[in-house]
Design a protein around this ligand. Structure first.
Ligand SMILES: [Zn+2]
Ligand SMILES: [Zn+2]
Length: 340
């Protein structure tokens, strides 16, 4: 039986999940952001200003959806190191409730700059004390999840985070593998932390986003969400389930598995890789003049490979396509114990 890894039905909606506006340190108003992104074919923007959550439901119409979100920063104490050496964790929190204004991990005293103007009386009471440590970050993720938020770890490379900083995190929904703002500043993120977390059994989804603060850091990385409609709940549900892929240009049109054959249909690309939890990648590169648009991978050998009893690593595979200009698209990982 054919099993669709990206849903068979529905439509792809282009989304930027990381954005700053004049509500915090961005150059453009939410309305200007909506207009600019719509012109480029986007249907969805998550307004993730720093430390305050301001819903922009007034921007939502039948062709555009504003997601309610905010970006929380957790810095190492300033007494320890000077700024350029200091580690930080930036988390994007996406609200399942479009009207959410507060979240139990907010702290009104941490709000800075323009964002201060947006603190209402309800928000003033928010006084969560965050701590940069594994348990401190896990507490934030746990509390956010419990109160209806999806949590993404943003730009770990820029944040100076290494393996020890993220490997123990539990309950993350996503991790940025591409952040346009960081790319143009010379801090390209990678998929290595993604595979590290996946190999640790955490099904975290790869996210490409802009983190745009103005015009120069727009329209680089985005996600293509496959859903039945553009309703808030439908889109958040699709994000939560992982019904999307991340990309900086190439398109993944279809992804399905049938009788151990994985089929990838995409816009013309030079290579397609199926990465797994072990040293067992499948990698196809196009012949000189014919780019790849439809490739079938026989996963039979991989899926039936025996393993030692002590090897408890969960099996997964994920797909990467790369176009002629080196731009990439990533599927999420599919754990074989979740497949039918
Ligand atoms: Zn950030
Ligand atoms: Zn940001």
């Amino acid at each position: 039986m054919r099993q669709y890894l990206l849903p068979e039905k529905g439509k792809f909606y282009k989304a930027n999940l990381h954005m700053h506006t004049t509500v915090s340190d961005g150059a453009n108003t939410p309305q200007e952001v909506k207009e600019a992104y719509q012109k480029e074919g986007y249907s969805i923007v998550a307004f993730s200003d720093h430390e305050v959550m301001v819903p922009h439901n007034e921007l939502t119409d039948c062709n555009f959806l504003a997601l309610t979100a905010f970006e929380k920063s957790i810095d190492c104490p300033s007494s320890e190191k000077s700024y350029s050496f200091r580690k930080t964790a930036h988390l994007n929190l996406f609200a399942k409730d479009r009207n959410a204004e507060i979240c139990p991990v907010m702290n009104a005293s941490e709000v800075w700059g323009n964002a201060r103007k947006y603190i209402n009386n309800k928000m003033k009471q928010a006084d969560y004390r965050s701590e940069y440590s594994e348990s401190g970050l896990n507490d934030i993720i746990h509390k956010a999840n419990e109160s209806g938020f999806l949590v993404c770890l943003n730009h770990p490379v820029w944040s100076l985070q290494n393996y020890q900083d993220y490997i123990g995190l539990k309950g993350l929904w996503g991790i940025e593998c591409y952040n346009t703002g960081c790319v143009i500043e010379g801090y390209p993120d990678t998929a290595q932390p993604l595979d590290d977390l996946l190999r640790n059994g955490q099904n975290v989804f790869p996210v490409y986003s802009d983190d745009a603060h103005g015009e120069k850091d727009r329209f680089g990385g985005y996600v293509m969400i496959k859903a039945e409609n553009l309703e808030y709940d439908t889109i958040m549900n699709a994000l939560e389930k992982g019904d999307f892929y991340s990309t900086s240009a190439p398109e993944i049109h279809s992804l399905y598995i049938e009788d151990d054959i994985l089929t990838v249909e995409c816009s013309p690309v030079v290579s397609i890789t199926v990465s797994t939890e072990r040293r067992s990648n499948l990698h196809i590169v196009s012949e000189k003049e014919s780019l790849l648009t439809h490739v079938e991978f026989n996963l039979g050998k991989y899926l039936s490979e025996s393993r030692s009893a002590e090897d408890e690593m969960r099996r997964y595979f994920r797909v990467t396509v790369i176009d002629e200009r080196g731009r990439s698209a990533l599927s999420r990982a599919y754990f074989t114990d979740e497949l039918k």
